[in-house]
Design a protein around this ligand. Structure first.
Ligand code: MV4
Length: 509
């Protein structure tokens, strides 16, 4: 049914747009970028063969406007669209619009997106497929609770603590944790209001709250021939306010046996909606070892590289294969045999390290890590501006090791090589996290950052001190002459280890 793709429009920006274009280029496909006013000189524009301006900086007037993306495809003769993550990636109207215009949408069917988009619908669908979901109640008609009274009666049966969740939600929006009966009605009304404001849909349902869970997600992949496989799990428990900060594969707490069980449960959930392409089933793993389906993300995720590293595959290449109607390149058995080693990813954000607020602005200096088994998927460069309008991620730093200990050691090394000036970053947070005893032991859950905030927060002038040392090193490097050897200078290395004063501070980390 499908035919070879020749020209791919990437309906996204930043690191993911660049990452998708890299694979397109490797396959000899032409690439089209779209860009807003503030992205004229953005890396994804420079990476593309053709670039189309689609409007002002606010995403609602550019990257989120379906008609503009379709028009850009027509104007450039793009025969396929890769949506990346975020923006229009899980918008079924966009998938429909592409299909209607004769453009291949590189992703699942609009029908699968719709079925997984509603959380109550998804709970019904996957339960019927035999996948365990969190104990809860979708409401009297299966489509949410119309009144607080009915919901409270159900909450008492489920047992506190319960979570009130928005059917149209996901990612924690419109979610309320209720510990007792007295707080229930207020929380219910609040959740409904929030869901209505955020999604234009106030439908809410109930789930028993799993305490101190780990967030484990399974990568799945389907093709148009009915084949479905899984590529193991990622542990995404290191989060802050529903924002993932560190991800790893495999999870330090998932055994081969549990992986096989969760993998089968994820594949069953995907099969229930005839899933095609890259998808992810999110699960909560309880302290008792029980696992529960939460939701399915119908896109390629930010953290897909850790999976690519341990399986030695290019998931974007797989997406293109599947979109062209080809069968999956590997069977489950072949994948299981390929798994090797351990990968960790740090999301490096332009953010205030203490207040965790975005820190947009111009990157005046940047030194990026490289060397063995280091992958830095970046959407910016030295001299570039991090715009205020979009996600403030600078890059995803991913490393691979034969085992978790080697991956951690390598990540510490890579983080020490990484230097950014001009804007604040969370690099110092990452350096601390990769030296935190509980993290190093693999002993963490979704409450890790909250519980260890004090230990993980950088010293008031930690970034400053690092920055001062780095500035000296960069200066020396930029004007490198035989006489100015960074290592020979008191403050000359890119790692602060060289200064006595600072090395003392570093040892205290
Ligand atoms: C939960 C939960 C505990 N019990 N559901 C947060 C985001 C959304 N995807 C689901 N979330 C949660 N749902 C039940 N029944 C705890 C969370 C949760 C969480 C989940 C994954 C990663 C980080 C989290 C942080 C706080 C709460």
């Amino acid at each position: 049914m499908s035919s070879p793709i020749r020209r791919v429009l990437v309906a996204n920006r930043g690191e993911i747009a660049v990452r998708v274009m890299r694979t397109c280029r490797e396959r000899g496909l032409e690439t089209v970028a779209v860009y807003s006013d503030v992205d004229r000189l953005a890396p994804h524009v420079l990476a593309a063969d053709i670039a189309v301006h689609i409007g002002p900086a606010p995403a609602a007037q550019s990257y989120l406007v379906i008609e503009k993306i379709i028009a850009a495809c027509k104007e450039t003769g793009a025969d396929a669209v890769h949506p990346g993550y975020g923006f229009l990636s899980e918008n079924e109207d966009f998938a429909d619009a592409c299909t209607a215009a004769g453009i291949t949408f590189i992703g699942p069917s609009a029908d699968a997106m719709r079925k997984m988009g509603s959380k109550t619908e998804a709970r019904k669908t996957v339960t019927a497929a035999g996948t365990p979901v969190v104990p809860g109640d979708n409401g009297p008609s299966g489509d949410g609770f119309p009144t607080a009274e009915a919901a409270l009666a159900s909450a008492k049966k489920i047992g506190f603590p319960v979570l009130i969740k928005a059917a149209a939600g996901g990612g924690g929006k419109g979610m309320r944790l209720v510990g007792n009966e007295a707080d229930f009605t207020g929380a219910f009304d609040g959740a409904r209001r929030e869901a209505t404001a955020a999604f234009g849909d106030g439908t809410v349902y109930l789930e028993k709250a799993i305490e101190r869970p780990r967030h484990i997600e399974i990568q799945v992949f389907g093709d148009t021939h009915g084949n479905l496989v899984h590529l193991g799990e990622r542990d995404c428990s290191i989060q802050r306010r529903h924002q993932k900060v560190i991800e790893e594969a495999p999870s330090p707490v998932v055994s081969a046996e549990l992986r096989a069980k969760m993998g089968a449960a994820a594949v069953a959930a995907a099969r229930a909606v005839k899933y095609v392409g890259a998808g992810t089933c999110e699960f909560l793993l309880g302290a008792d070892g029980g696992f529960y389906f939460l939701e399915m993300n119908t896109r390629l995720q930010v953290e897909h590289p850790v999976t690519e590293m341990i399986y030695g595959v290019d998931l974007v290449a797989w997406q293109l294969d599947v979109a062209e109607g080809k069968p999956l390149p590997m069977t489950q058995q072949e994948l299981d045999a390929r798994r090797r080693g351990h990968a960790v990813e740090c999301r490096v954000y332009a953010e205030d390290p203490v207040k965790f607020l975005p820190s947009p602005g111009k990157i005046t200096h940047m030194r990026v890590p490289d060397g063995p088994y280091v992958r830095n998927d970046s959407g910016c460069y030295e001299g570039a501006e991090i715009p205020v309008h979009y996600d403030p991620m600078i890059s995803k730093l991913v490393v691979w090791g034969e085992d978790r200990a080697q991956a951690i050691a390598r990540m510490r090394r890579a983080l020490d090589e990484y230097a950014v000036r001009g804007i604040e970053t969370n690099l110092a947070f990452h350096r601390r996290c990769f030296r935190h005893a509980a993290f190093v032991a693999g002993d963490y859950d979704t409450g890790f950052i909250g519980r260890n905030a004090a230990e993980l927060a950088p010293h008031a002038d930690e970034n400053e001190m690092t920055a001062a040392v780095i500035a000296a090193a960069l200066e020396a490097h930029t004007h490198s002459q035989a006489a100015v050897k960074p290592q020979a200078q008191a403050n000359g290395s890119y790692t602060p280890r060289v200064s006595t004063e600072i090395s003392g501070w570093r040892r205290s980390l």
